[in-house]
Design a protein around this ligand. Structure first.
Ligand code: PLP
Length: 407
């Protein structure tokens, strides 16, 4: 590499470091059966025990013994990898059964698996745009990067409406020709603020303007609704959303993503999306683990109740301690405001190395500059004693860095 080329890479990183938002990944080992406990590898090669407070394994399903048993059984039965793309020997009964289960979970005709939630959003949105040359996409301003990438690659008209702003959405819909195909893309739970979308109202508007609806339930699936179908199920509007997208990596504790919807649409995406066609399918053991997990989570509403209770309890404890829980959160996600990238990183480091508490800093570009935060995610396994230890540690680092408490 030429030295001037090397320089480009180095200065890109130097700029990020200068802003205090250079990412250093904590090197951890989760401990089987001991969620949320883990071990952190230190610079000297040793390990120390930590408690994870920032995992998206929201229900601890990644450690559920029945889920692990399903993965082990699949490895024993069929081996490690899928051996090919879905089209070339990579479709197994595990994949097919999982797709059926996911379609049923969301009350849709069909489902299609992808290797991640990111790929499912990117591949599906860009493929829908290919199918409709006159498509207009209307995207919530806080949509996840995976939807933004899919929409960017779609060579169609696009409009970004202010977050959850229905009037702005309608104003933008009015810009599009009445006969044009339209699609509104939004999320159910916005994972950095912990707020939710007015799904029913968006569906009403969509009906009025003849728009399709595309809902990302990545942070809602498994966690809301009687069977864990997500916020759309909770709100009784699952059947009014055309496409429901989700992940197997968060509440289900495994890996992979999917989209569900009308059979004809899913068949077209299956037949045309490069992100689906040209990549090896999920390992059977992962599909088996996910399938077992979805079945368990569908049948166990008490997990959802316990998560909601734990999240509510944590918010109370943090507020009582004068810590600035962001008012936006109406869900299981508990963001605590910091407002400065370097400070956010320092707080997170102090929590990890001085108190054995792992909450990673959330900085730009994940959230806008000036809204940096600690994003805390309790689970059914974070008991009162762990919560008290978290609050005590937060109070200590707040004092250490001379941060203001709230009344
Ligand atoms: N959609 C949203 C809203 C997300 O927050 C994420 C990841 O955090 C994704 C999609 C991607 O899902 P996955 O982690 O399965 O790739």
């Amino acid at each position: 590499m030429r030295s001037e080329d090397q320089q480009v890479f180095e200065s890109a990183v130097a700029e990020i470091k200068g802003e205090g938002r250079y990412r250093v990944f904590a090197d951890i080992l989760r401990q089987r059966g001991r969620f949320p406990h883990a071990r952190l590898r230190l610079e000297n090669g040793g390990y120390r025990d930590i408690v994870v407070w920032c995992s998206n394994d929201y229900l601890g399903q990644g450690q559920n013994e029945e889920v692990l048993a399903a993965a082990h059984a699949a490895i024993d039965a069929v081996g490690a990898g899928a051996g090919g793309t879905r089209n070339i020997s990579g479709t197994t009964s595990y994949h097919v059964d999982l797709e059926r289960e996911l379609a049923a979970l969301h009350g849709k005709e069909a489902a299609l698996l992808f290797t991640s939630g990111y790929v499912s959003n990117d591949a599906t949105l860009s493929t829908i745009a290919k199918l409709f040359p006159d498509l207009w996409i209307f995207s919530d301003a806080q949509n996840h990067a995976s939807m933004i990438e899919g929409i960017k690659r779609a060579k169609c008209q696009k409009r970004i409406f202010r977050h959850n702003d229905l009037q702005h959405l309608e104003a933008m819909l009015n810009e599009a020709p009445a006969g044009a195909a339209k699609l509104i893309a939004f999320e159910s739970v916005y994972s950095m603020d912990g707020d939710t979308a007015p799904i029913e109202a968006i569906c009403d508007i969509a009906r009025q303007y003849g728009a399709m609806t595309y809902l990302d339930e990545v942070h809602g699936v498994g966690l809301y609704g009687e069977k864990g179908g997500g916020v759309a199920e909770r709100d009784g509007v699952m059947d009014r959303v055309d496409f429901i997208e989700g992940t197997l990596a968060k509440a289900f504790g495994a890996m992979g993503g999917y989209v569900t919807g009308p059979a004809a649409a899913i068949d077209a995406i299956r037949s045309m999306a490069p992100g689906f066609i040209f990549t090896t399918s999920l390992a059977p053991s992962i599909a088996a683990a996910a399938l077992e997990s979805v079945r368990i989570v569908r049948a166990c509403p008490h997990m959802r109740d316990r998560l909601a209770e734990r999240a509510g309890r944590l918010k109370e404890k943090l507020k009582d301690a004068g810590l600035p829980v962001m008012a936006s959160s109406t869900t299981h996600i508990v963001p605590v405001e910091v407002g400065d990238a370097a400070l956010c990183k320092q707080l997170s480091d102090a929590l990890l190395y001085d108190h054995g508490i792992y909450v990673q800093p959330i900085n730009y570009p994940t959230v806008p500059r000036g809204t940096e935060r600690l994003r805390i995610t309790p689970s059914p396994f974070h008991d009162d004693a762990l919560m008290d230890a978290l609050v005590t540690a937060l109070q200590a680092v707040w004092a250490q860095f001379k941060m203001q408490r709230v009344a």
